[in-house]
Design a protein around this ligand. Structure first.
Ligand code: S3P
Length: 174
């Protein structure tokens, strides 16, 4: 297994912001798969969904992950919320490093993303219902894919980082 830290979890769980804190603290590079996808496609994520469709987005997502596997080590990697859904992607994640699931409640997601227009999958009439529906399907998948789980609701980034640090140390001793 490679020495990366990979943050997975639902949209709005804080993968990007926790990733950026962790990379600064540990002086490690930070990679965000959504950014790699946008670079590869030369379009924003909402544009990719609109112009090419979700299936194509998922194909680009998987190919970006494959390429990432070849070059990333000692890196903090934040992945899009839907990436662990494909079994082939979960297999790559497991070899890429320690997979940390940032678990979030639907109320927290709704509070954080109420006014967000950049997540195509959440542009529903009833955003709360949509979030609950997706979380119900995805949480078991995230749990299955993760080596470590951290609940993030009502916690400051510093606290999440402390818990992550303790969990990683504990993990290493085992
Ligand atoms: C998605 C999550 C998004 C982005 C795309 C699809 C998903 O990333 O990849 O909109 O299916 O959960 P974030 O989790 O970083 O918001």
């Amino acid at each position: 297994m490679k020495g990366n830290i990979i943050l997975i979890g639902f949209m709005g769980a804080g993968k990007s912001s926790i990733g950026s804190y962790w990379s600064e603290k540990k002086s490690r590079p930070l990679i965000d798969t959504d950014q790699l996808i946008e670079q590869e496609a030369g379009m924003s994520i909402p544009e990719i969904f609109k112009e090419l469709g979700e299936e194509r987005f998922r194909e680009i997502e998987s190919s970006v992950l494959e390429k990432l596997y070849e070059k990333a080590d000692q890196t903090v990697i934040s992945v899009g919320g839907g990436l662990p859904l494909r079994e082939e992607n979960r297999a790559v994640l497991a070899r890429l490093g320690t997979v940390v699931f940032l678990r979030v409640k639907p109320e927290t997601v709704l509070e954080r993303l109420a006014g967000d227009t950049t997540r195509p999958l959440l542009q529903a009439e009833n955003k709360g219902a949509r979030i609950r529906q997706l979380l119900e399907i995805r949480n078991p998948v995230y749990e299955q894919a993760a080596h470590l789980v951290i609940d993030v609701d009502d916690k400051a980034p510093e606290q999440i980082i402390r818990e992550l640090e303790a969990a990683l140390q504990h993990d290493r001793k085992d």
